[in-house]
Design a protein around this ligand. Structure first.
Ligand code: ATP
Length: 515
């Protein structure tokens, strides 16, 4: 099945099974805004819990906060968002569609890469074991020609972005012959800058009203609270502050479901350290965050680092963790070494001294910061993309199963009375009443057992427990495993232990190796 079709199926599965709905669905939705349904919210909460615990529980020197979405407007002057949080946009006059100019050019770069990869794949097939890829890339004229075009475009693009040269961005689009994917035409407008922050007004009357912003990232709430937390928590460097919360960006191109939203949620941690030690911490967090993803067991090959060549002026290292989505490897998380930029900026704009007194060195200085920043919704999407499976069964039928990492599953255990009479529903309820204190357990009595299994498979429930006539005598039930569909007879008294071992967040946290 084409990857695009897979993605469409995932989107409709999310709606059909109560994971994600378009926002204000009865009014035909709102572009790039989504609501999480009864199963989606559970999965999302589990992701957040896994992240929070890996930060705050496993690291003695990390604490959390929950800062407000509204912040003093000067915050965004200091952070650079008012002046520089812009995307270059361009419209196609024929389709009336709006694009990010930088993304159009990046797609063109990817096309050159694809062409080269195709040549390589063709040759690899032809030459078999004796194929030397490095040599081929160095000598094949078609590969070399595409590499040259790619490198020239890359250099020109980087320079235009660096110098904020909007005319040059448009010229690149024209020179490369980039067409609108919808209209197929080259009828482009000029490139304009567009600030991604949403603004609104605070205050009761128009006179006292003042423009404020919905935060475009949670990080600034951490920076402005650095001194509050450090002093009240008597924190010593190095230490971190973690936060989970909503962020808002007026994204120009809203596509790809919850990958790029206008209202989304971030999990960010700012790690404050001594200047000079930041690279050590950057490397620690780079490795730790990848380990966090990999501990979920979604295939180590599905992740890669993408180190930034072009750094923001204040950063001295940056990398993304990318995941293989149906539409290619895409950023899920960023890890950035931000030097003392943010704290120094807030010191400058607020007029307050924001420094750390180091008792060992007996001096004041501005700490350096390493940030880890991941979108909850993007993480949710990686989990969905990895888990959605259509399986051909021996009897010729197809089973749709969500192979969710078990600790993230919305429902951990479904208890199913074989028939809806003869005391079986009561027995099933008894089991639920016991298990519900330990993990999310549900009871389902309607429909045939086969249909009920399928419904639970479709929402990724790792365990189904079937209560039958014998249960009333021997206090044993049939435990069915989602992925293998294997069934085993187990005593009710053992259920909690067997299931909890596999579904608790603790079981994944234990895989993380903490320094
Ligand atoms: P992109 O290049 O995809 O726009 P970014 O580099 O601007 O992302 P950051 O500002 O580093 O993203 O934000 C950190 C994380 O927040 C991203 O890795 C992503 O997971 C998430 N994120 C950012 N923008 C969005 C969005 N519009 N919708 C959903 N998640 C987002």
């Amino acid at each position: 099945m084409a990857q695009e079709d897979v993605f469409k199926k995932i989107v409709s599965h999310c709606k059909e099974y109560g994971f994600v709905f378009p926002s204000s669905d009865i009014y035909d939705g709102l572009a790039a805004v989504y609501d999480y349904g009864q199963n989606g919210v559970e999965l999302k909460n589990n992701i957040k819990q896994y992240w929070w615990q890996s930060m705050v529980l496993l690291h003695n020197n990390i604490v959390g906060i929950d800062s407000a979405i509204f912040m003093h407007p000067t915050t965004w002057k200091a952070s650079g968002h008012v002046d520089a949080f812009n995307d270059p946009l361009i419209d196609n006059r024929d389709s009336k569609k709006r694009y990010r100019a930088d993304v159009l050019i990046e797609d063109q770069l990817a096309k050159y890469e694809e062409k080269m990869d195709k040549e390589v794949a063709k040759a690899a097939k032809k030459f078999g074991d004796s194929f030397d890829e490095a040599k081929f890339r160095e000598t094949n004229p078609r590969v070399l020609e595409n590499q040259r075009k790619h490198d020239e475009l890359h250099a020109r693009f980087a320079e235009a972005m660096e110098s904020n040269n909007l005319e040059e961005l448009k010229q690149i689009i024209i020179d490369e012959g980039i067409v609108c994917p919808i209209s197929g035409s080259k009828n482009w407008t000029d490139v304009r800058q567009f600030n991604l922050m949403f603004s609104t007004e605070i205050g009761a009357s128009a006179d006292s009203a003042s423009k404020i912003y919905l935060r475009p990232e949670t990080a600034q709430g951490i920076f402005v609270n650095f001194l509050n937390v450090q002093k009240t928590g008597r924190m010593k460097l190095p230490f971190g502050i973690a936060q989970i919360g909503k962020a808002f960006r007026n994204e120009i191109v809203a596509r790809q479901f919850v990958f790029r939203m206008r209202e989304f949620e971030q999990m960010e941690m700012q790690f404050f350290c001594q200047p000079g030690t930041e690279m050590e911490w950057f490397n620690y967090w780079k490795q730790y965050r990848l380990a966090w993803h990999q501990a979920l067991g979604m295939g180590n090959d599905n992740y890669r680092y993408h180190d930034h060549e072009k750094l923001a002026h204040y950063a001295n290292a940056a990398t993304d963790i990318e995941f293989r989505m149906p539409f290619g490897f895409k950023e899920v998380e960023g890890i950035h070494s931000r030097t003392d930029f943010d704290l120094s900026q807030h010191e400058k704009y607020s007029g307050r001294q924001i420094k750390y007194f180091d008792p060992e060195r007996n001096e004041n200085y501005t700490p350096y910061v390493v940030e880890t920043s991941i979108g909850v919704d993007r993480m949710f999407l990686t989990v969905m993309c990895h888990s959605y499976t259509e399986e051909q069964l021996e009897n010729g039928s197809t089973r749709v199963v969500l192979r969710l990492p078990e600790p993230l599953a919305p429902v951990k255990c479904a208890v199913l009375p074989l028939v809806n009479k003869d005391g079986l529903p009561e027995k099933a309820q008894e089991i639920v009443n016991d298990l519900k204190f330990h993990f999310n357990t549900t009871i389902e009595a309607k429909d045939t057992i086969g249909k009920r299994y399928r419904r639970q498979d479709a929402i990724g429930t790792p365990f189904c427990v079937t209560v039958d006539g014998d249960t009333l005598n021997d206090n044993c039930v049939t435990l069915r495993h989602r992925d293998t569909m294997e069934q085993e007879r187990v005593p009710i008294a053992k259920l909690r232990e067997i299931i909890e071992d596999r579904v608790s967040i603790t079981s994944v946290l234990k895989k993380l190796d903490v320094k």
